[in-house]
Ligand binder design. Structure first.
Ligand code: IYR
Length: 229
């Protein structure tokens, strides 16, 4: 039980510098702000039909900065975002990914997995990897760049990636969370050091005008939430 006479969390010690916190003020009641955000994010869909319409580098930089503002274990920020618009490199990534995917669809995937993927009509054709103007390859750091320890890496990189997807969507851009498996080829093609582990490959750009997406539904609130009041 918290003590009535101790309204504050204890002040931080002098050797742990703190600064005043500046909360975000939505300028409207929280329920309105929450609803407005929900109405935006709920329209995000993973798309596979990308147009080659260009996206300025600065947009990608800001999306990555949004991702980089994520919380992480002991603030180690155990991530690297490699943004590729170079056509030659995108082609290399496509060819290598398609090679892995052909293996996946013809050999590696179980019957059940292939069955679960049917509604998405996915296949080894990954032409979007060349068409989308940008590929953001997310790497998880196994060590900090100076060899230090990292914590809760999967949680941290997952949160940052979710923020990246939301930031791209907010900017009117489409994304695809692509997980070619195995992803080791990304380290080689992009010349990444040993302590960076490929995590996710995210094409970013505009959807084609005739883009369609699988007719799938998100679960309703009562299936994803439990309230204990
Ligand atoms: N990586 C493959 C297969 C795939 C797996 C899952 I789980 C998906 O949600 C979608 C696709 C591919 O990209 O085709």
């Amino acid at each position: 039980m918290p003590e009535e006479s101790a309204p504050h969390y204890p002040p931080p010690p002098d050797d742990a510098p703190h600064v005043p916190y500046a909360p975000h003020d939505p300028g409207m009641p929280s329920v309105e702000a929450a609803r407005a955000f929900y109405e935006v994010v709920r329209t995000r869909r993973t798309v596979r039909m990308f147009s080659d319409r260009p996206v300025p580098r600065e947009t990608i930089e800001l999306i990555i900065r949004a991702a980089g503002s994520a919380p992480s274990g002991a603030n180690k920020q155990p991530w690297r975002f490699v943004a590729v618009s170079n056509a030659e490199i995108k082609r290399k990534i496509r060819l290598a990914a398609e090679e892995e995917e052909r293996e996946f669809y013809t050999r590696r995937a179980s019957e059940r997995w292939l069955d679960d993927l049917k509604p998405f009509a996915t296949n080894p054709d990954k032409r979007f990897l060349e068409i989308a103007p940008w590929l953001i390859v997310v790497f998880a750091l196994k060590k900090t760049d100076d060899g230090g320890q990292v914590y809760y890496v999967n949680e941290s990189v997952g949160i940052a990636t979710g923020m990246l997807l939301a930031a791209a969507h907010h900017a009117g851009l489409a994304t695809l969370t692509h997980t070619p498996s195995p992803m080791k080829f990304l380290s080689e093609v992009l010349h990444r050091p040993e302590h960076e582990k490929p995590y996710l490959l995210i094409p970013v750009g505009y959807a084609t005008e005739d883009c369609v997406v699988p007719a799938i539904e998100r679960k309703p609130l009562d299936e994803i939430a439990v309230f204990i009041e």
